[in-house]
Design a protein around this ligand. Structure first.
Ligand code: NAI
Ligand code: OAA
Length: 270
């Protein structure tokens, strides 16, 4: 029996969205159709929108394209409106801007809609490695989870870090934040989404400890997860290359999203 191509919509058309669309077009062209791209009403779209993909300027337009899966790769503000519409019209809503889940009311509202409609919210591993192990380990008590993110100063430009340190002048690794995952993702929504992934997989937003570091010697974005509990201990470090179009976001985030979609259409998921 032949499977019908997966009808995919991506919300956002920035560094991650374009990379994911490119990877899927290259790797599984027959199995996935990008039926639409969701943008803000004010967004000017340059060249590069795949042929046949509709441009949606409002979440209400989602129902008409009948997607199977909607991937958000836009920003924290997009998760609520696009998520509500996606969970009503698609079976799966995949969230990249996971900092949105610091808002408990939003989290609960999306869960309620998903339960009502029989749809699912999926949190991909994003920029991280080892999330599968942390999530499995959380079936037993966890004592401690620490997530350290190290990025070059350029990745912290345009964020709350600028009020704390003079990014152009730092000469050695400098901690710009230490605290909970909730506070990290709230203050650094463009740079600390991954801490929410860790928190949701492990011991939650308030118990997960986070350290954010600006390092003038760093050439990419590194994430170190350290966890201790009844399962044993875990230490995973990933040194990610940043995406060419956005130094704040890692290439791995796009690769991981492409894998998630490919696994949905592959006979052997891996
Ligand atoms: N979960 C994870 O591990 C990671 C998550 N991220 C997050 O993923 C998101 C996308 O990242 P990038 O592609 O690198 O960012 P980007 O800035 O390159 O692209 C975002 C695009 O979304 C559009 N956009 C913004 N708000 C929108 C809205 N309300 N509705 C529709 N479109 C909107 C922008 O115009 C832009 O084209 C960001 O929130 C980023 O912080 C990034 C890296 C890792
Ligand atoms: O988690 C985020 O917001 C982005 C990040 O650190 C990465 O892509 O390495």
């Amino acid at each position: 029996m032949t499977r019908k191509p997966l009808r995919l919509t991506i919300v956002g058309w920035g560094a991650i969205a374009r990379r994911v669309a490119g990877l899927l077009a290259e790797r599984v062209p027959q199995d996935v159709t990008l039926v639409a791209v969701g943008v803000r009403e004010t967004t000017a779209i340059g060249a590069g929108l795949p042929a046949g993909a509709a441009l949606l300027r409002h979440p209400d337009a989602l129902a008409a394209v009948a997607p199977d899966m909607v991937i958000e790769a836009a920003g924290r503000a997009a998760v609520g409106p696009w998520g509500e519409a996606a969970l009503r019209s698609a079976d799966t809503f995949v969230v990249s801007s996971t900092s949105a889940f610091c808002d408990t009311a939003l989290h609960d509202r999306l869960i309620r809609i998903a339960e009502d409609r029989g749809s699912r919210i999926v949190i991909p591993p994003g920029a991280l490695g080892g999330i599968d192990a942390l999530s499995a380990a959380a079936a037993l008590p966890l004592d401690e989870v620490v997530h350290t993110i190290v990025k070059p100063p350029a990745a912290w430009r345009g964020t709350a870090a600028e009020a704390l340190v003079v990014l152009d002048r730092i000469e050695s690794p400098t901690a710009i934040f230490t605290g909970s995952a909730r506070a990290a993702a709230d203050r650094f929504p463009q740079n600390a989404n991954a801490t929410v992934i860790t928190a949701l997989a492990g011991i939650g937003l308030d118990r997960t400890r986070v350290v954010l570091v600006a390092d003038p010697q760093a050439t990419g974005n590194s994430h170190r997860l350290a966890a201790r509990g009844a399962f044993g201990t875990l230490e995973v470090t990933i040194e990610n290359r940043a995406l060419a179009d956005n130094p704040k976001s890692s290439e791995m985030t796009a690769l991981s999203l492409a894998r998630l979609v490919e696994n949905r259409v592959r006979t052997l998921a891996r």
